[in-house]
Design a protein around this ligand. Structure first.
Ligand code: ROI
Length: 162
């Protein structure tokens, strides 16, 4: 466990088994994690699937919390919540019951077998950037890129706040 509180951002997504409830209950479960405090979250959004066609629409949201868990302990905790939702992922980039992606962990850049932070695709996904901007409009990534600059290049498209 690290000895200081870090601000983290977590992307939530679901497109199976009542996705709205999956995401809503996961947000509640994030508030109950040990060594975590001050959860804030965006609205829920409906988004078109990125990946193989023919899968249901997704519900996405982004949460922010402070934690003194290390990145890998936080990842363990997130995977515990995914497992509790009986996460199903049949196909690569296919439908899933619940995805919890660690997007940002303070200003840290992390690259190991289990974890890539910042999340590899966060800069190019409207269903991450728009909810993120709702809760942290002035955010900058560890490389100094401002969220508001990224948003200028990404259309809101069919992403819909619900
Ligand atoms: N597409 C959308 N719209 N939302 C997601 O959360 C999501 N997650 C994924 C893939 C399969 C890439 N597509 C997605 O992991």
């Amino acid at each position: 466990m690290s000895d200081s509180w870090q601000t983290c951002y977590i992307g939530l997504g679901s497109n199976l088994d009542s996705p709205r409830e999956q995401v809503s209950s996961a947000l509640t479960e994030l508030t109950q994690l040990p060594q975590c405090r001050n959860l804030k979250h965006s609205s829920l959004y409906r988004s078109d699937p990125v990946g193989p066609a023919g899968q249901p629409d997704y519900i996405n949201a982004v949460a922010c919390l402070e934690t003194c868990l290390s990145p890998l302990h936080l990842l363990d905790a997130l995977q515990g919540i995914e497992q509790a939702h009986q996460r199903v992922r049949i196909q690569h980039w296919g439908p899933r019951t619940l995805d919890l992606d660690l997007l940002l962990y303070g200003d840290q850049v992390i690259q190991n077998q289990r974890l890539t932070v910042p999340h590899a695709f966060m800069k190019v996904r409207n269903f991450v950037l728009y909810p993120l901007a709702e809760i942290a409009p002035n955010l900058s990534l560890p490389d100094g890129t401002q969220l508001l600059i990224l948003l200028k290049d990404i259309e809101i498209g069919t992403l819909e706040k619900i």
